[in-house]
Design a protein around this ligand. Structure first.
Ligand code: ZN
Length: 131
């Protein structure tokens, strides 16, 4: 299991982690199997989406913020309920096939760490299963 630390810089942000996940897969020596990327936080998430046009990232963030506003009739006293809801909706894990020792991703796909209550120091976990 690999634990990677990253720093986020805004309250809401999507950070491309494809390069570091790919490096961990290559170093593992696993040729065929699965790569699980998992986020051990309740106000962050991980997703796979377009890595070519950064306006997709901006649209995802702005639509999520519109659907789940920061201030609403929430009861959670910590004041970050929107971030908890966003984390559950987006999800805290992705599974990517590994073939020929590399991630099987589409041409336009990237793996994104999603910060919903930053800036903070965060972690994600990469677990590779296979041989
Ligand atoms: Zn909270």
């Amino acid at each position: 299991m690999h634990v990677q630390t990253l720093k986020t810089h805004s309250r809401i942000e999507m950070i491309d982690i494809t390069g570091s996940v790919r490096e961990i897969v290559k170093k593992s020596g696993v040729k065929s199997g699965f790569c699980v990327v998992y986020v051990p936080h309740t106000t962050a998430a991980v997703t796979i989406n377009e890595n070519a046009d950064s306006s997709v990232k901006r649209d995802i963030i702005s639509k999520l913020s519109q659907l789940i506003p920061e201030n609403d009739n929430y009861t959670h006293l910590e004041g970050n309920s929107d971030a908890h809801v966003k984390s559950s909706l987006v999800g805290v894990n992705v599974v990517i096939p590994v073939d020929s020792g590399d991630l099987v991703l589409g041409t336009w796909q990237g793996i994104y760490f999603c910060e919903f209550d930053g800036p903070r120091t965060r972690k994600f976990v990469v677990q590779i299963v296979g041989d």
